[in-house]
Write a protein that binds this ligand. Structure first.
Ligand code: NDP
Length: 332
């Protein structure tokens, strides 16, 4: 049976991204390492999807490609006993949408090892409103919790606050009782950010230039979606024994810092990798999202779009113009 999907191609004429009608035969030819066919209902446009769909950086490493690093749907057929037909599943990462055909389309052929059951209490649409960005925010929040930082220990800084990772991180951490300070370049989003639970808004320009190796101690924990000088300054401002979760590079991949915060204040720099995150930690993160994330806040940060809208949305994500999260109805 045929289905619609985003389709990325490279040829002598250059790069192109379009909506195509594809078939099970195409899936069998291009996603042969999969052993579970999933009828995808919802997907999303993450920062990495934006890079893939615009061909802005070499995210896609096999051509042609169906993008989409996240998907939620129902198993149609399966060669693996863990996922019977009819099971509701979600997929995040594992190189899907990069080296393996992804979920911005009506069907995907995926490996059972990559799938997890849709957690109780979350709809497929809600799981994609969360998506990799929200699940990464939970991994970062869990790293802060695991590092022993408690709400009484002080404030949490969230950078890239109005983006996907930042928005979900604010909602989670405020919900857990932390005082959250949101760093943004969009002061006009102050009302949105306080609605998610931010207690204070700061201008991201205060963190984005080169700073001293050790600065006045302020943060008990940090969720950083931005990297570069912002991450270096966040570390330099973190209190003794605090935890900084590094999850993004919206400002840059560089890390122009010194070891001073780590060896003089015992600061922990926790790396967050959602793509190859082991199953047990994934499942914990999704369980906590299902129980702890305020649904009204999730709704407030989510905008729904149709499949073809993901093409222009990709550029808007990279331009920092999207607030919160996009959820894609792939059937529309
Ligand atoms: P979004 O595009 O939704 O948000 C990024 C935010 O970063 C923007 O909204 C903006 O926030 C801020 N920002 C953008 N450009 C700059 C800049 N030049 N300097 C400072 N801040 C900037 O992306 P996501 O939230 O989905 O992802 C954020 C980052 O996390 C990306 O780099 C992404 O690649 C990474 N990521 C990593 C994962 C992992 O596994 N480690 C998984 C998912 C994402 P504001 O407007 O509020 O200033």
């Amino acid at each position: 049976m045929s289905f619609r999907a985003l389709f990325l191609e490279k040829s002598d004429a250059g790069f192109s991204a379009s909506v195509r009608e594809l078939s099970d035969t195409d899936l069998a030819a291009h996603a042969s390492e999969g052993n579970v066919t999933v009828r995808i209902a919802w997907s999303t446009v993450n920062y990495k999807d934006g890079l893939a769909i615009t061909n802005r950086s070499p995210v896609v490493r096999k051509w042609p490609m169906v993008p989409g690093i996240d998907g939620a749907g129902v198993v149609e057929s399966s060669d693996d006993p863990r996922f019977a037909p009819g099971s509701a599943v979600i997929l995040n990462g594992w190189g899907v949408g990069e080296t393996h055909w992804g979920c911005l389309g009506g069907k995907a052929r995926l490996k059972a090892d990559w799938l997890i059951a849709l957690p109780d209490g979350l709809s497929a649409r809600q799981s994609m409103a969360i998506g990799t960005a929200g699940y990464t925010a939970m991994l970062a929040a869990l790293a802060i919790e695991r590092g022993g930082v408690r709400p009484d220990d002080g404030e949490i800084l969230v950078t890239g606050a109005a983006g996907g990772v930042g928005s979900v991180a604010i909602a989670i951490l405020a919900g857990w009782g932390y005082r959250v300070v949101a760093s943004t370049g969009r002061p006009e989003e102050a009302g949105y950010l306080t609605g998610l639970g931010a207690a204070e808004i700061i201008d991201r320009a205060s963190l984005s230039a080169a700073g001293k190796p050790l600065q006045k101690e302020r943060w008990a924990g940090v969720v950083d979606a931005v990297g570069s000088h912002t991450l270096a300054n966040a570390c330099a401002q973190t209190r003794s024994r605090g935890v900084v979760a590094a999850c993004g590079l919206a400002q840059g991949m560089d890390f122009p810092a010194t070891v001073a915060p780590f060896i003089l204040r015992g600061v922990t720099l926790a790396g967050i990798d959602s793509v190859m995150c082991p199953r047990a930690l994934r499942e914990t993160a999704w369980q906590r999202l299902a129980t702890d994330l305020d649904r009204s806040k999730l709704d407030a940060m989510t905008r729904e779009i149709a499949l073809a809208d993901a093409l222009p949305a990709a550029a808007a994500v990279l331009a920092g113009q999207i607030r919160g999260r996009l959820v894609v109805d792939v059937t529309r």
